[in-house]
Design a protein around this ligand. Sequence first.
Ligand code: HEC
Length: 89
Amino acid sequence: MKRLAILILMMTLLPAWSGDAPSGKDLYLDNCVDCHGDDAEGDDQASPDIRGATRTQLDRALPGFDQMPEFEFTEAEIVAVQGYLEALE
Ligand code: HEC
């Protein structure tokens, strides 16, 4: 019975880790790279260096403020992008 429970648990959790998980790198390259640059170091103009951006910064930025455009990212996408930016630091 315990094994079955573990199996069911794994079947529900696995998709989140494998194919369905959004790639932070792809999200970044598709949506952010034009302004924040190849390595997220900023563009020497309006767009800041966002390597290692915190969740608080992302929650403030992604709904759009000032020249930062609005993005409707899911929770999983925000987590993925943040992970990517963290790895760049
Ligand atoms: C059209 C250009 C543009 C795009 C595309 C863009 N940004 Fe920005 N971003 C900006 C600008 C400009 C600012 C600075 C806004 C300000 O301070 O007035 C900013 C600010 C930020 C900040 C806040 C940094 C801080 O110091 O708090 C974060 C985080 C951020 N962007 C993340 C992202 C992510 C993640 C993406 C891709 C999903 C993205 N941006 C796409 C232009 C852009």
